[in-house]
Design a protein around this ligand. Structure first.
Ligand SMILES: Nc1nc2c(ncn2[C@@H]2O[C@H](COP(=O)(O)OP(=O)(O)OP(=O)(O)O)[C@@H](O)[C@H]2O)c(=O)[nH]1
Ligand SMILES: [Mg+2]
Length: 299
């Protein structure tokens, strides 16, 4: 607690959450903040945008920077932008948390570790330990991690179940620089409601559609209005081809209704008030490789 005279100084810093796709970076940010802010799904590369989650506690503030999964497998203009977002997010942070999956250490994990600047303090979160049948397998995995570079700490956690999250938080807190809070104590994210609305719609597309289609979609908010306590949100979902539009709509628009209803429920919980959500599906050929289209969509 920061009281006058001899009390511990206030700490505040930027903490980049990095790792290969699907290791649970966004789940971890949501767990640390205690609120669902950043979208998650079982499909790799769910996160496309840097988003900050803010955790304020007595005497300290963590500014957690969620990043897209760094990936080296597929080349496209979108992926180049995602990877650049990861590298850029490492500049100017005080601490990094490297998230790995407790099931295995891969070349992709090593590639991400190699990106971390030498002087940057790094804590490793070995995630998904709840899914391990044999916890003893963690010891050689942790040994392998320790060889990659010096780490401030290596903490096995489960972001989904909340296991060891306080231990991880304390390791990060030790590395936060002294300084006043950057954000107000009631602020949870640096993103506005429009951004969060578009992301929550995208999450439902990732969760409710097959393996290919989510990557061919982008969501843009056309209008966002406040009508008393009601938020009225009009959004477009962009796809590459007419055939994808048909799949997204589903028979008699059923799939689109399901996406809209699920997104609306989450948005009502986040905003704490009623939401009216209207979705259109629009065909925009080649949007993932069109620099101008990506800029318009804020990517
Ligand atoms: N069993 C288990 N699953 C987890 C845990 N944390 C995350 N997951 C699951 O792992 C999947 C990926 O989680 P995300 O948080 O979206 O992963 P990410 O690293 O942000 O992924 P990208 O943004 O795509 O790079 C989701 O299905 C999560 O529910 C965990 O502690 N245990
Ligand atoms: Mg993510």
């Amino acid at each position: 607690m920061s009281a006058a005279g001899g009390a511990a100084p206030h700490r505040c810093g930027h903490v980049a959450i990095v790792g290969r796709p699907s290791v649970g970076k966004s789940t971890l940010v949501n767990r640390l903040v205690g609120q669902k802010l950043t979208i998650t799904s079982s499909k790799p590369q769910t996160t496309r945008h840097r988003i900050v989650g803010i955790l304020t506690e007595p005497g300290r503030q963590f500014v957690l920077v969620d990043t897209p999964g760094f990936q080296t497998l597929h080349r496209s203009r979108l992926n180049e932008r995602l990877n650049r977002a990861v590298v850029d997010s490492l500049a100017g942070v005080d601490v990094a948390v490297l998230v790995v999956d407790g099931a295995r250490l891969t070349q992709a994990d090593r590639n991400v570790a190699a990106l971390l600047p030498a002087g940057l303090p790094v804590v490793v979160a070995v995630n998904k330990v709840d899914a391990l049948a044999d916890k003893k397998a963690l010891l050689p995995l942790i040994g392998g991690i320790a060889e990659l570079r010096p780490f401030a700490a290596i903490v096995p956690v489960s972001a989904e179940k909340g296991t060891q999250i306080d231990a991880l938080k304390e390791e990060i807190a030790k590395l936060l620089p002294e300084g006043p809070a950057i954000y107000g104590e009631d602020e949870l994210t640096d993103r506005d409601e429009r951004f969060l609305a578009a992301e929550f719609v995208r999450e439902k597309i990732f969760r409710l559609l097959g393996d290919e289609l989510p990557y061919a979609t982008a969501v843009a908010i056309d209008r966002f209005e406040h009508d008393g306590p009601v938020r009225r949100i009009f959004a477009s979902i962009y796809v590459d081809k007419a055939s994808q539009r048909a799949i997204l709509l589903g028979a008699r628009g059923g799939r689109m209704k399901e996406i809209g209803a699920a997104a609306r429920r989450d948005l009502e919980a986040l905003f704490g008030g009623p939401v009216y959500l209207e979705l259109w599906v629009r065909v925009k050929k080649g949007w993932a490789d069109d620099a101008a289209a990506l800029r318009r969509l804020g990517l």
